[in-house]
Design a binder for this molecule. Structure first.
Ligand SMILES: [Zn+2]
Length: 69
């Protein structure tokens, strides 16, 4: 499953929801941002996680919030 323009880090990147021998993960095809996921996570849940990760990144770099907004 692909999530276009959903990357929490680079914003415009496409995030791929995939899984390998280690389990499920989400990875940005543009910047390489990656997070492990619970197995069987739904698209709705992943969208919520993407939003939460984006907020986390903005909290770390508050000056970037103006550029996004
Ligand atoms: Zn990205």
């Amino acid at each position: 499953m692909l999530y276009f323009k959903s990357c929490p880090k680079c914003i415009t990147g496409t995030v791929e929801h995939n899984h390998d021998s280690h389990g499920a993960y989400a990875q940005c095809l543009n910047c390489g941002f990656m997070r492990d996921l619970s197995d069987g996570i739904s698209g709705t849940e992943l969208n919520g996680l993407l939003a939460a990760w984006r907020n986390d990144l903005l909290a770390v770099e508050p000056e970037s919030a103006d550029a996004v907004a």
